[in-house]
Design a protein around this ligand. Structure first.
Ligand SMILES: *Cc1c(COP(=O)(O)O)cnc(C)c1O
Length: 432
């Protein structure tokens, strides 16, 4: 190692990750074998195209790696078709929209300020600039999406695509009802399961594959793989949807999506990341991973209960998944102030808009908290009371440096006993 500057910074980052409490709902810690695959020679290879149909020579081995990633992902989600090349969740959504929509088409997504994602039609994102975005949101009283209101909004704006999914929503999605609504207005239904993908894969939440035309996801959140994206389809994969090629031929939906990725929005795939995706999908197929996802939801529940006990205002009153959104307005602190104070105690969360927020996106009235990362470290329900107590101490004393320091020392000592790497069982031998 000659690059002392970068490698010593990487050591510092590893220490930061190991010594603190990681509560960012979209983060996780990958296994050593996922890291190893990511840092492999597969990064050296150009492989534009798909396995068996590449634009470069020498792809025989890379093809086997990508085929394994695809096979394992299909098994994991009961999908009929998938593409594992998107560089990220945003790239997966860009590829799907490019393939399915024309500039100016209407789309209907979950409101960013209620917990949606930028790529679902935000005006600062390609999806809001290229297409005509409309939004549904949660009810003020319940913090939950009212499906009748989604139906009437769809009737009103006649979108070409409806997007179900969010970055900060703690309840499950009624994909069946979404499909009925999509069918009633002739819209394509996209489920973006970036956040809860790991829980969905193990059957803990509603299954989108059997109801939605297309499903996109990241691979690095609850799925605990390398940073990346995927696209999947269930029974509709051969449906031509009336979309024709330039020569006037009908094309299957899945081949359109493939070309939405390459050449539509990407060049060469990141085959080192695809190798790491294959490893992570193999891990996710095991019973160990099922136990992990069950523990993620148990921890989230225990944490939510403890917050509620201490008079924290959770949007929708609790959680059915891995995350919760907390409105801090009754605690007299903004999301930004809370995030900054907590980080001094080595607790990492992110500030987040809450529905009907009165603050700007740079300040916000809330924080989003999730359990995927601390569950990977090995924390269980009884630890959640301690975690909430530390958060509460800091939020009650946002400018008391001595309390921040005390919390930080206690957390650093506590975390010494926990490995950064998940214990994983290897993929079953019959897995390709
Ligand atoms: C995280 C997320 C994405 C984007 O993923 P990136 O890999 O950061 O591009 C897209 N959609 C949703 C719902 C997400 O939560």
């Amino acid at each position: 190692m000659k690059d002392n500057h970068i490698f010593s910074l990487l050591e510092e980052e590893k220490y930061r990750q190991k010594s603190g409490l990681e509560l960012i709902a979209s983060e996780n810690f990958v296994s050593k074998q996922v890291l190893k695959a990511m840092g492999s020679v597969a990064t050296n290879k150009y492989a534009e195209g798909l396995p068996g149909k590449r634009y470069y020579g020498g792809c025989e081995i890379i093809d086997q790696i990508e085929d394994s990633a695809r096979d394992r992902l299909k098994t994991l989600f009961n999908a009929e078709w998938c593409n594992v090349q998107p560089h990220s969740g945003a790239q997966a959504n860009a590829a799907v929209m490019l393939a399915c929509l024309n500039a100016g088409d209407s789309i209907l997504g979950f409101d960013l300020s209620h917990g949606g994602h930028l790529t679902h039609g935000s005006t600062v994102n390609f999806s809001g600039k290229l297409y005509n975005p409309h939004f549904y949101g949660v009810e003020k009283e319940t913090g939950i999406v009212d499906m009748d209101k989604v139906a009437s909004k769809a009737k009103e704006v006649k979108p070409k695509m409806i997007i179900a999914g969010a970055s900060a929503y703690s309840r499950d999605w009624d994909f069946k009802r979404f499909r009925e609504i999509a069918d009633s207005v002739g819209a394509i239904l996209l489920a973006d399961i970036s956040h809860p993908a790991g829980l969905i894969a193990k059957g803990l939440l509603n299954d989108p594959i059997q109801h939605c035309h297309v499903v996109t996801s990241t691979t690095h959140k609850t799925l605990r793989g390398p940073r990346g994206g995927v696209i999947m389809m269930g029974k509709d994969f051969e449906n031509p949807f009336g979309i024709k090629t330039m020569k006037g031929n009908l094309r299957s939906f899945s081949s359109l999506l493939d070309s939405g990725v390459f050449p539509g929005t990407q060049g060469g795939p990141l085959e080192h990341v695809i190798a790491a995706k294959a490893v992570a999908f193999g891990e996710a197929l095991t019973d160990d991973f099922l136990q992990y996802t069950i523990q993620v939801t148990k921890n989230a529940n225990a944490m939510a209960n403890e917050f509620v006990k201490r008079d924290y205002n959770l949007i929708s009153g609790g959680t059915s998944n891995h995350c919760m959104l907390i409105d801090l307005r009754n605690k007299d602190i903004t999301g930004k102030e809370a995030e900054n104070a907590l980080v001094k105690g080595d607790i990492t969360v992110n500030k987040n808009m809450v529905p009907f927020d009165t603050q700007s996106p740079f300040v916000t009235s809330g924080i989003r908290v999730g359990t995927p990362a601390i569950t990977t470290r090995g924390l269980v329900e009884s630890d959640m009371i301690k975690v909430v107590d530390y958060i509460d101490q800091i939020i009650k004393n946002p400018s008391d440096e001595s309390i921040h320091k005390e919390v930080k020392n206690e957390i650093n000592n506590w975390m010494k006993a926990y490995s950064l790497y998940p214990k994983v069982s290897y993929p079953k031998s019959e897995l390709v």
